[in-house]
Design a protein around this ligand. Structure first.
Ligand SMILES: *Cc1c(COP(=O)(O)O)cnc(C)c1O
Length: 229
């Protein structure tokens, strides 16, 4: 078994254990393999081991990998900050965008989504940690942004995403995930048909699953430590 295949088994086992501990079905938590900085060969290795959904942060790097693996029919998710003037290739080549943080970006993606493709599946990213430097909309603005996004014809609003600050103990990890889930519950109660909570990374997937994550975005635990050129 390749290293990546072994890591994939280990991550799936963590998801299964965390789901069981939370009284949830393991199938209710989907694994997004975050392949940023790793070459297309690593994506192929994970795909050969059964992984279908991959996440990328940088538009240019991502597009090269999407093209290089087009024969595999994988599902690509854009999860990084996105400048409005770089939105077109993302609208054309991705199935999902998790990082919608402003209406202008959503409007561009909607207008640029090719008519022959299904709507782009999107999550609104919320800043649940409160630092001014972090991306994501303010929790108080989430309802209005979600309502506006849900009206755009080229998009299908699926839920919320967050990247909380790293925390050491599980209680501190769970607090921002709980805030995101509470916001999600409020939006659903207001009538938005959401089904996705994109939260949890390599170091905090257990806390995220305990608070209701339906997509965990895992890079390091699958592919190893990243080095940035
Ligand atoms: C890099 C990244 C991940 C994966 O993080 P790991 O700690 O390597 O699992 C998940 N989500 C986003 C938005 C990322 O940028």
């Amino acid at each position: 078994m390749s290293a990546i295949a072994g890591n994939l088994q280990a991550v799936l086992a963590r998801i299964a254990a965390a789901s069981k501990a939370a009284g949830r079905l393991p199938e209710s938590v989907h694994l997004l393999a975050v392949s940023k900085t790793w070459p297309a060969a690593c994506v192929r290795e994970a795909a050969a081991a059964g992984q279908r959904a991959f996440g990328e942060n940088y538009a240019q790097e991502a597009l090269a990998k999407v093209m290089a693996t087009a024969d595999l029919g994988l599902e690509w998710h854009f999860i990084g900050p996105l400048q409005s003037n770089k939105s077109r290739p993302v609208a054309e080549h991705f199935a999902w965008v998790h990082s919608i943080d402003r209406l202008k970006l959503a409007e561009r993606l909607s207008a640029q989504r090719p008519a022959g493709l299904p709507p782009l599946q999107v999550c609104v990213q919320v800043n649940v940690s409160g630092e001014a430097s972090k991306s994501g909309c303010h929790p108080d603005e989430t309802m209005a942004l979600c309502q506006a996004v849900s009206a755009l014809p080229g998009l299908c609003l699926r839920g919320l995403m967050a990247i909380p600050e790293p925390a050491d103990d599980e209680a501190a990890q769970r607090a921002p995930f709980r805030r995101l889930r509470e916001l999600y519950d409020q939006l659903r109660a207001a009538g938005l048909p959401l089904d996705t909570l994109s939260m949890g990374m390599s170091h905090d997937l257990e806390a995220a699953v305990a608070e209701g994550a339906t997509i965990v975005r895992i890079g390091t635990a699958l592919f190893g430590e990243r080095t940035y050129a």
